[in-house]
Design a protein around this ligand. Structure first.
Ligand code: ATP
Length: 234
């Protein structure tokens, strides 16, 4: 579905990604794990066209997407749920959801999709008239994911959904990611929470200093000596 081939990405003169290649197949959960600053968010920002690679290409279902505008990327069916959620705190839950469905079919089916989002997250339905800024951290993350679903994505990219959440909520968020995937949405997840993420991943890539190192199934990487020492503290 998604094929990233040999991309180099810079902020000004500073190179962050070096020859990064990876693939996401239809219906998979693929995880990019790596330390703080490894380039995980930069990778997602490049796929969603907030950054342009200086070398390499990105294809989605066989079409080049690396020189499109960000709104086109959404129309192709890719949605990016960014780190720190980027909600509109003064707007209500419902208004935040509506912003996720500004284009095409997603706009036409807005209220149908909203009912689906509310069925996944009944707490959002209870709080639909409440402003986003008054929600708890876990609820805000649900809203960010819900807003992502409002665009009816084929591929959902999630940047550190577990960040800043209590352990019980982290489990809930990962269970929700699995549920969304089982409903047919392909998932590309970026995380520092290596152990729990690898446990739900079909496949994973380790990003180290802007380069892809190891790759394999979640289970393989959980048992890999380098991953254990560098990321799992064992
Ligand atoms: P984190 O979990 O901290 O977000 P990450 O793996 O997602 O880590 P990135 O956010 O992709 O890492 O950052 C990779 C590198 O790029 C870091 O060294 C960071 O300081 C740098 N960087 C990120 N954003 C910018 C920017 N706008 N301008 C310059 N450098 C940046």
């Amino acid at each position: 579905m998604l094929s990233v081939k040999g991309i180099d990405v810079f902020y000004g003169d500073l190179q962050i990604l070096w020859d990064v290649s990876f693939e996401v197949n239809d219906k998979e959960i693929v995880v990019l794990v790596g330390a703080n600053g490894a380039g995980k968010s930069t990778t997602l920002r490049t796929i969603s066209a907030l950054l342009t690679p200086r070398k390499g290409s990105i294809e989605f279902n066989g079409s080049r997407i690396d020189h499109l505008l960000a709104n086109k990327i959404i129309e192709y069916g890719i949605v990016h749920v960014p780190e720190a959620r980027r909600l509109f705190p003064e707007m209500t839950v419902e208004e935040n959801l509506i912003i996720g469905s500004l284009y095409g079919e997603a706009k036409r089916k807005r209220f149908e999709t909203m009912e689906y989002v509310y069925s996944l997250f009944p707490r959002l339905k209870e709080r639909k008239k409440q402003t986003a800024g008054t929600l708890s951290g876990g609820e805000q993350q649900m809203l960010a994911v819900g807003r992502g679903l409002m665009s009816m994505p084929k591929l959902m990219m999630l940047d550190e959904p577990s960040l800043g959440l209590a352990p019980l909520l982290v489990q809930e968020i990962f269970a929700m990611v699995k549920q969304i995937n089982e409903a047919g949405v392909t998932v590309l997840l970026v995380e520092q929470n290596v152990r729990q993420t690898l446990a739900i991943a079909d496949r994973a890539y380790v990003l180290e200093n802007g380069r892809i190192g190891l790759t394999g199934t979640g289970k393989f990487l959980l048992n890999n000596e380098h991953v254990k020492t560098a990321y799992l503290g064992v």
